[in-house]
Design a protein around this ligand. Structure first.
Ligand code: UT7
Length: 318
């Protein structure tokens, strides 16, 4: 039996900072309101002229380096994004060219903020089934591009970034479980009304019923995490580090408490980046590793909830 393990991580964080103070001059809000209601102090914005694939290239190159892997060794690329450079081709195909890999398969996954966990599920299955030995799994989001900086309900929350992992075949357990779910009935509580085939010229920015999303997120992150922990053959007390989607500090805290995990066992970096959608868990994982908050052999829980609604949780032995 072979397993799939994360061999290396990488990130790209744009230089430009958009602080809460900056937002005070764009919408009727305050630094104090944003910090107390969300935990966010600042977020990053991609420079004009750059696109999602540019961020994904940087994050992927770093992940390959950290995994001691060359682009030629990669058997496939999966990118989770809802903000591709173009409607088509996919970001993954652009990345295949930029990385100069072999002519391997490359495709994007659209699952909102949960995209990385969906991509992880697919990549793990391909490796465990013997279809691939090394895969690049990326989450990249140019979310400022679909954010309306006149809408205070959403513009305070989101930021741009990308993260990547190399997932490889291993004799030792790596990804222990991945549990996914969705409920399309609630799709319009968090969506982009225009720009697709339904209303090509319509409002092309995110719209969200924050309160409804909040309540559902807390419930589902708890139940879906417990499902993934159980499927991994573990109990909540066996989790060494919880890496939740960084959407709102109050959601993170409520979910952590419901899971009975201490603050030390929960990684938070939302204050620096806001909600970076499918890059969120990847940024937190990379930072937690670099800060030695995760060590080899630790059981790490990821849990994500977002547009769709679509959600996913995974337990990984680091
Ligand atoms: O990644 C996908 C998942 N996304 C999420 O998980 C986001 C989930 N939702 C949230 O994070 C929160 O619902 C928000 C941060 C979006 C909003 O926080 P809230 O505690 O649910 O606030 P609220 O919408 O209930 O609004 C409370 C008050 C209202 O004023 P009144 O009616 O009490 O007078 C709002 O008009 O705060 C007002 N408000 C603001 N004030 C200053 C709403 N947005 C702002 C703002 N600045 N940006």
């Amino acid at each position: 039996m072979s397993f799939a393990r994360i061999a290396g991580t990488g990130v790209f964080i744009p230089e430009k900072i958009l602080s809460n103070k900056d937002l005070e001059s764009l919408v009727d809000t305050s630094d104090e309101w944003i910090r107390t209601r969300t935990g966010i102090s600042e977020r990053r914005i991609l420079q004009n002229g750059q696109a999602t694939s540019d961020m994904c290239l940087e994050a992927s190159s770093q992940a390959l380096k950290n995994a001691d892997t060359s682009p030629e060794e990669i058997d496939g690329i999966i990118v989770a994004t809802v903000t591709g450079d173009y409607v088509t081709p996919s970001v993954a195909c652009i990345l295949q060219d930029k990385l100069k890999t072999r002519k391997i398969f490359s495709f994007d996954i659209s699952a909102g903020c949960s995209g990385f966990i969906y991509a992880l599920k697919v990549a793990r299955a391909l490796i465990e089934n013997g279809e691939a030995e090394k895969l690049l799994v990326v989450g990249g989001e140019h979310i400022s591009h679909i954010t309306d900086y006149k809408d205070r309900d959403t513009c305070i929350l989101f930021g741009d970034a990308a993260g990547a992992v190399v997932l490889e075949k291993s004799q030792e357990p790596g990804v222990l479980s991945v549990c996914l779910g969705s409920s399309g009935a609630e799709g319009k509580l968090l969506y982009v009304p225009g720009g697709g085939s339904r209303d090509p010229l319509g409002y092309r920015f995110l719209k969200m019923e924050g309160k409804e999303v909040f309540k559902e997120a807390v419930k589902i992150i708890e139940s879906n995490s417990l499902e993934a922990i159980k499927k991994a053959g573990l109990r909540p007390k066996d989790i060494d580090m919880f890496i939740p989607h960084q959407a709102n500090l109050r959601i993170i805290e409520a979910a952590r408490e419901r899971l009975g995990l201490s603050r030390e066992k929960c990684y938070v970096n939302i204050q620096k980046y806001g909600n970076t959608s499918s890059a969120s868990v990847l940024l937190a994982l990379h930072e937690a590793i670099n800060e030695s908050k995760i060590k080899r052999g630790d059981n790490v829980l990821f849990s994500v909830f977002g547009a769709g609604f679509a959600w996913g949780s995974a337990v990984v032995k680091w």
